[in-house]
Ligand binder design. Structure first.
Ligand code: MN
Length: 201
């Protein structure tokens, strides 16, 4: 793994004891195809959805308390969290009690994505887009598809990011996949099922 992503994962590693948690340490900074996104359902102290985008050998991450919406009229709060290793995109399991993020994680959706951020008709790199707080991506998941914007608003203590469906052919205000399609796209299991198996071991 490159020096840059090693450094980027320092925060991630510091928070975790890899003798105790089944989460990946992060051994790879490359995958076979193009960049991927993942949305993990995480039943910790509070249920939330972790949205992660592959950028520069790591997964840039935001916690979305209510999960993604397919309705362009719904703005979802997205709280930035530490960069995660690429292999986290495959992680599903139980983080033991007393450890950071304790609870159950499933891969709720995953797929390739394209950076479609533009400014004044010019393409903007995903790194630059995140730095500027104005990101547009095209997601090709099984549940979540089409354009999404990640926008940083406010200033100082009031900085917040919003995750918003763009108005395109994949927008659908009637869908609510967070409640109607709760299962893992990896195993078809619910978070409750994965949680039960994990604690029975
Ligand atoms: Mn989380």
């Amino acid at each position: 793994m490159g020096k840059k992503s090693k450094k980027a994962l320092e925060k991630y590693r510091k928070k975790r004891d890899f003798r105790k948690t089944p989460e990946p340490q992060g051994k790879t900074s490359k995958n076979g195809g193009g960049p991927v996104f993942v949305i993990q359902k995480h039943l910790a102290q509070n249920l939330h959805y972790d949205f992660r985008l592959e950028v520069g050998g790591v997964l840039k991450s935001w916690a979305i308390p209510k999960g993604p919406s397919t309705d362009p009229g719904e703005k979802r709060l997205a709280v930035p969290t530490e960069d995660h290793p690429l292999d986290y995109a495959y992680f599903e399991g139980v983080i033991p009690e007393g450890h950071y993020g304790a609870g159950t994680v499933i891969v709720w959706d995953r797929g390739p994505y394209e950076n479609i951020t533009e400014q004044d008709g010019q393409e903007v790199s995903i790194e630059k887009a995140i730095e500027k707080g104005h990101v547009s991506v095209w997601l090709k998941g099984q549940k979540i598809k089409g354009g999404y914007a990640l926008i940083r608003t406010g200033s100082g203590d009031d900085i917040r990011w919003l995750f918003i469906k763009m108005k395109d052919g994949e927008a659908d205000a009637r869908r609510n996949p967070v409640s109607t399609e709760p299962e893992s796209v990896l195993t078809g299991k619910t978070i409750e099922e994965v949680g039960k198996e994990g604690t029975a071991e």
